[in-house]
Ligand binder design. Structure first.
Ligand code: SAM
Length: 212
């Protein structure tokens, strides 16, 4: 796919993403992201997890089916409507909200986990606010799972925003999450098959970090 599917549209994110999600099917599929699937064992059934900008709900629905109490939000109401349908079809219970990440009512020290999977809509200023809120909403001992693309992804053009300033590097994430214990930080390449939106050989980065 071209980078355009997941990039651009930063001036009107709700309109852009509503239009993308209005198409038939699920843009990133209905299966959870692989980094999340691989690491979700950090959370025990019954624990409370927030899925940041979960789009059409693939990650939040899967986590709820594992017995977690899941809150999820996204700016795109069309995506959230599809996420609600996915949850209903799969018999999962997720507390979905339509919200901008600046408008979401972030609670303090409330969650055992935060899942932030491909939230690279954020430019550096928004990213700083978003990452701070993601950390502060975790209880001490709570775990953040984050997945994104690195700058090498600009060569592969298989997903993600076509903007260097939105992409992550290991030093950037180490600095952004310096107040947390970094459990794992992996800069790697893999073949991704997540709907039509993320497809093909990709330059990825994954983080597991625990709040002190
Ligand atoms: C690449 S998609 C990833 C969706 C989901 N996390 C997943 O892995 O399937 C990025 C998501 O960010 C949402 N988004 C964009 N800008 C946002 C904002 N300012 N606040 C909240 N969500 C936003 C979009 O609607 C879209 O669902």
């Amino acid at each position: 796919m071209s980078q355009g599917k997941d990039g651009g549209g930063f001036a009107d994110p709700a309109g852009t993403w509503n239009q993308r999600f209005a198409a038939d099917g699920y843009l990133f599929g209905t299966e959870p992201n692989a980094w999340l699937r691989e690491h979700a064992g950090v959370w025990a059934p019954g624990q409370r997890v927030l899925c940041v900008a979960d789009g059409e709900g693939r990650n939040s629905v899967w986590l709820a089916k594992r017995g977690l109490q899941v809150d999820a939000f996204d700016i795109a109401e069309v995506g959230v409507a599809k996420a609600r349908r996915l949850a209903a079809e799969q018999g999962a219970s997720v507390n979905f909200q339509v919200a901008d990440c600046d408008g979401f009512a972030w609670p303090e020290a409330h969650y055992d986990g935060v899942a932030a999977i491909f939230v690279q809509f954020a430019d550096p200023a928004l990213r700083e606010r978003l990452f701070a809120r993601m950390q502060h909403c975790l209880k001490p001992g709570g775990t953040l799972l984050l997945q994104g693309y690195t700058p090498r992804q600009l060569e592969y053009r298989t997903g993600g925003p076509p903007l260097l300033s939105h992409l992550y590097t290991a030093p950037m994430l180490r600095e952004a999450f310096a107040a947390m214990d970094i459990v794992e930080l992996r800069d790697y390449e893999a073949d991704v098959a997540e709907g039509s939106g993320h497809r093909g050989h990709s330059a990825l980065i994954g983080l597991v970090a625990r709040r002190r």
